[in-house]
Design a protein around this ligand. Structure first.
Ligand SMILES: [Zn+2]
Length: 518
C-alpha cells in the first residue's frame, strides 16, 4: 500500500514510490502496524495534499449525477430517498427500461451481430506471426555475393594468393613450371643440393603458407559446421514460434466467437422473456457506507456507466431487470473526510438490524425501501450487493453468508465464481462465507437473514491498492482511469459481462439475469 500525493504544481494524484513507504509494528500502538513514508517537499510555494487512495468526494458524486440527469435518458431515474443528519442528499438511482419497451426492443433486436469467421489462415493475413521458414532463413543468413557460396569465395581468394606465391616461387627458381611440379621438384631428396640451396628460403616460406592455408581451411570447415548447426536450431525455434503463434490466434478467435454467440443467445432469450406483467426482478446495489473506501465509488460509477451505456448487454439487462443503486450511503462521512463513521460516530454497517431515523437516517431510508420491495408481491429482490474497499487484501473478492441449506449455500457461491472467471482482478480464493459475530449488523448479513432463498446478498470488496493476476507475482496498482473505464482489462471490472450471464443461466436455469458491469 502506498499513499497518494498531489501539489499545486503537480495537480494529478500520484502514488508515492513504494520504496519510500515503510511499515512497522509500533509499541506505542499496541504493536499494531504503522505506516510512515519519506517525502521531499521540493517547492516552497506549493500546497501539498496526501490521501490514502484516489479521493472521490461528495461534490464530485453530485456533479456526476447532475451530468447524467442532463442527458435525459428514459431508462435512468434519479430521486432523493432521504437526507443525512446534515441534510445532504441520499440519492437513489433506478436504471431500467421504460414501460413502453417496443421501440427499444426493436432497436436491440434489429442490431445485427456479426459473427467473425473462424479462420485458421489468419497468420499470413494479419501478419502477426511471420513465416520464418527454412527457405527464408537460408536467404536471411547466407547472403551469397554473385551467387557464390561464402566458402567458395574464401577458397577462391586464398587459392589465388597461394597460386600467386607459388608462381613467384617458381619464377625465382627460374623453372617456369606449374606449382605442383615446383612442389615435387622442391621436395628434399628429389633435387640436387645446389638448386635446393637456392630454393631454401622461398620453399620454407611456401611451406609455411601452405600450412597456414590448410589450417584456415580446417577452421573454415569448423565454422561452417557451427553455422549449419545454429541455422538448424534457429529453424526449429522458428517452427515452434509459428505453431505457438497460430495456437494463440486460434484461441483468441474462438474466445471472440464464443462471446458473440453468447450475445446472440442472450438477445434471443431476451425476446422470449419480454412478456406482459412479468415480475420485476431487482438488483440492489449500495456503496460508500464506509466513507474512506473511495474505490467503492469508482466501482459503483463503473457499474452505472455500463448500465446506462448502449452496449447490447446493457440493453438486455435494462430490459430484464430493475437496478436500484444507492451509491453513497454515508454522504456526511464522505463530506467530512471520515474513514469509517458517520457524522455521529456510528459505523453504519453495524446498524442494519435497527437503524434509527434520526441517528442513521440514510440507512433507515434504504432499509425501509428494501423491506417495502420485499413485501411487494410483484417485485423479486434477486441480488443485494454492498461495495466496500479493503486495505490489506489485494484484488477484488466477496463475502457471503453461510446457510444451513447446502443447496442454497452452493448456489450463493456461483456468482463469485463467475466473477472470478470473467474479471482478471477478482479472486475467488479470497472470497469467504461467514457468520462472525463481528459482522452482525452488516447489510449483507441482515438482508441474507431477511430475504428468502432466491435472493443473493454479498459484500463486494475491492483492494485499495492493487491486484495480482493469476499465474503472475507482480502487484498491479489500480488507477483512477482504469477503475472507472470498466472494459479495460485492468479495471476493477469484468470486460466480458456476457459470459457471466450465460454461465449464470446455464448453471441456474433462472431467467433473472444479472451481470457485473465492472
Ligand atoms: Zn467497508
Amino acid at each position: 500500500m502506498a499513499p497518494m500525493v498531489k501539489s499545486t504544481s503537480r495537480p494529478k494524484w500520484q502514488r508515492l514510490p513504494p520504496k519510500n513507504v515503510y511499515y512497522y509494528r509500533c509499541p506505542d500502538h499496541r504493536k499494531n502496524y504503522v505506516m510512515s513514508f519519506a517525502f521531499c517537499f521540493d517547492r516552497e510555494e506549493d500546497i501539498y495534499q496526501f490521501a490514502y487512495c484516489y479521493p472521490y468526494t461528495y461534490t464530485r458524486f453530485q456533479h456526476y449525477l447532475d451530468g447524467l440527469q442532463k442527458r435525459n435518458m428514459d431508462y435512468f431515474f434519479r430521486e432523493q430517498l432521504g437526507q443525512s443528519v446534515q441534510q445532504r442528499q441520499l440519492d437513489l438511482l433506478t436504471i431500467t427500461s421504460p414501460e413502453d419497451k417496443s421501440d427499444l426492443e426493436n432497436s436491440v433486436m434489429q442490431k445485427k451481430i456479426k459473427i467473425p469467421k473462424l479462420s485458421l489462415n489468419h497468420i499470413e493475413e494479419d501478419g502477426e506471426v511471420k513465416d520464418y521458414g527454412e527457405e527464408d532463413l537460408q536467404l536471411r543468413h547466407l547472403k551469397r555475393p554473385e551467387g557464390r557460396k561464402p566458402s567458395e569465395v574464401a577458397h577462391k581468394s586464398i587459392e589465388a594468393v597461394v597460386a600467386r606465391l607459388e608462381k613467384q616461387n617458381g619464377l625465382s627458381l627460374g623453372h617456369g613450371t606449374c606449382p605442383e611440379e615446383v612442389f615435387v621438384e622442391a621436395s628434399p631428396g628429389t633435387e640436387d643440393m645446389d638448386s635446393l640451396e637456392d630454393a631454401v628460403v622461398p620453399r620454407a616460406l611456401y611451406e609455411e603458407l601452405l600450412r597456414n592455408y590448410q589450417q584456415q581451411q580446417e577452421e573454415m570447415r569448423h565454422l561452417q559446421q557451427e553455422l549449419e548447426r545454429t541455422r538448424r536450431q534457429l529453424v526449429q525455434q522458428a517452427k515452434k514460434l509459428k505453431e505457438y503463434g497460430a495456437l494463440v490466434s486460434e484461441m483468441k478467435e474462438l474466445r471472440d466467437l464464443n462471446r458473440r454467440l453468447q450475445d446472440v443467445l442472450l438477445l434471443r432469450l431476451g425476446s422470449d422473456n419480454l412478456r406482459e406483467g412479468a415480475e420485476k426482478k431487482v438488483v440492489f446495489i449500495t456503496g460508500r457506507v464506509h466513507p474512506g473506501e473511495t474505490p467503492s465509488s469508482f466501482v459503483c460509477q463503473g457499474i452505472i456507466d455500463f448500465l446506462i451505456s448502449q452496449h447490447p448487454i446493457a440493453h438486455v439487462l435494462r430490459e430484464h431487470l430493475v437496478f436500484k443503486i444507492a451509491p453513497m450511503l454515508n454522504p456526511d462521512g464522505v463530506y467530512l473526510g471520515n474513514y469509517r463513521c458517520s457524522l455521529m460516530g456510528f459505523d453504519l454497517n453495524r446498524h442494519w438490524l435497527d437503524p434509527s431515523p434520526w441517528a442513521h437516517p440514510t440507512l433507515h431510508g434504504v432499509k425501509q425501501l428494501i423491506i417495502q420491495m420485499y413485501n411487494d408481491p410483484k417485485t423479486s429482490l434477486e441480488f443485494y450487493i454492498d461495495i466496500h474497499a479493503h486495505s490489506t487484501m489485494m484484488n477484488g473478492f466477496m463475502y457471503g453468508n453461510i446457510f444451513e441449506d447446502e443447496e442454497r449455500f452452493q448456489r450463493q457461491a456461483i456468482f463469485p465464481k463467475l466473477l472470478c472467471q470473467n474479471a482478471e482482478d477478482f479472486s475467488y480464493s479470497s472470497t469467504s462465507f461467514n457468520r462472525d459475530a463481528v459482522k452482525a449488523g452488516t447489510g449483507r448479513r441482515f438482508l441474507g437473514g431477511l430475504l428468502d432463498h432466491t435472493s443473493y446478498c454479498y459484500t463486494l470488496e475491492v483492494s485499495f491498492y492493487s491486484y495480482i493476476i493469476g499465474g503472475t507475482t507482480a502487484a498491479v496498482p489500480y488507477t483512477e482511469e482504469a477503475c472507472i473505464l470498466g472494459g479495460s482489462p485492468q479495471a476493477w471490472a469484468s470486460p466480458h459481462p456476457a459470459e457471466s450471464i450465460q454461465v449464470w443461466q446455464d448453471l441456474t436455469g433462472r431467467s433473472g439475469l444479472w451481470s457485473p458491469a465492472w
